[in-house]
Design a protein around this ligand. Structure first.
Ligand SMILES: [Zn+2]
Length: 118
């Protein structure tokens, strides 16, 4: 009788492993970290202040100047550009710009760069 219990336990374990294997092959498990809002380290100040919209360091920055672009290879679409205003509008801007996420240098696009797409 003892061997029958052990055999039954082994069969049940094999069945459970097979069920887990089937579940994992058909589903993806995604793990999210729960943010505890009462945690002292958690700060929600709302949107990022424009003053802080700059790279923390330039370890991953590149010099991509040459080809006008709208997006940095890091995926960021926000650039720091120096502009000149006239009559409440942007009158001109420098072509060298810096990605506000990674600090890579890039060339700002101009209307001439559209190749007649307008
Ligand atoms: Zn970037």
């Amino acid at each position: 009788m003892k061997w029958l219990n052990r055999l039954g336990s082994i069969a049940l374990a094999m069945f459970a492993l097979n069920a887990i294997k089937n579940f994992l092959s058909k589903n993806t498990i995604v793990v999210f970290e729960k943010i505890d809002e009462e945690d002292e380290d958690y700060e929600d100040d709302g949107p990022t202040n424009i003053v802080n919209l700059k790279p923390e360091n330039y370890d991953h920055s590149m010099d991509l100047r040459g080809t006008p672009t709208h997006i940095c290879p890091c995926g960021c679409e926000i650039f720091n550009v120096k502009v000149i205003f006239d009559n409440f509008e942007i009158a001109t801007y420098f072509l060298d710009m810096e990605c506000s996420n990674c600090g890579s240098l890039a060339t700002a696009p101009t209307p001439i760069d559209t190749k007649g797409e307008f």
